[in-house]
Ligand binder design. Structure first.
Ligand SMILES: [Zn+2]
Length: 195
């Protein structure tokens, strides 16, 4: 049986989304693409059913999605509402929620996630990493918190969300917490290792 992953994204992040799709196709994972702009009506139902049939949700945070934040367009509010709805459904379903950034800093809060990757898929190695993750899902494996030694926690008192970090960070690297948008400083760096 082929597993499905639920992919939240904006169609404006063309290249990033295509890379993700290709990776899914290579490993034989079905990708349900939920474009914020075009969701089949009734939208809540399409999304709910697709989520119920998915083993994980990936929120693709690309350059255009981040740029939306500064946009005066009312569409952004609409998009943000769908992100909240989708992550809520995924949380309720108990499936993994990935914040998967394309080497951009996330600039809008995500109410729930449990896996985080910051570097995207712009190099061959990163594509291989993603395929490895998707392969594991395709064999029915999931990444609950904590998985191996990737577990980390937001240091901010009003947040403290725990998640698996899948990115190697150089000492002193600062990344944003996707939930509270606070800075997380990795003084000693963070070593991602395949287990
Ligand atoms: Zn936080």
């Amino acid at each position: 049986m082929a597993y499905q992953v639920f992919v939240s994204h904006t169609k404006d992040d063309v290249e990033f989304c295509n890379m993700f799709d290709v990776a899914c196709a290579r490993v034989g994972v079905k990708a349900f693409r939920s474009e914020f702009e075009t969701i089949e009506i009734p939208q809540w139902k399409t999304i709910k059913e697709a989520m119920e049939n998915s083993i994980a949700m990936f929120l693709l945070v690309g350059k255009q999605l981040v740029a939306h934040q500064a946009s005066p367009s009312p569409n952004w509010k609409y998009t943000q509402n769908w992100i909240a709805y989708e992550t809520g459904l995924a949380c309720q379903a108990g499936i993994d929620v990935w914040v998967f950034c394309d080497n951009v800093e996330i600039n809008f809060p995500v109410p729930y996630f449990n896996n985080y990757e910051v570097w995207g898929v712009s190099t061959k190695k990163q594509v291989e990493f993603l395929k490895g993750i998707l392969n594991r899902y395709n064999s029915g494996q999931t990444f609950p918190v904590p998985t191996w030694d990737r577990n980390t926690k937001c240091p901010h008192e009003n947040c403290r969300i725990e998640f698996n970090l899948h990115s190697t960070l150089a000492p002193g690297k600062v990344i944003k917490c996707p939930q509270c948008l606070g800075d997380m400083i990795y003084k000693k760096g963070f070593l991602y290792s395949e287990s």
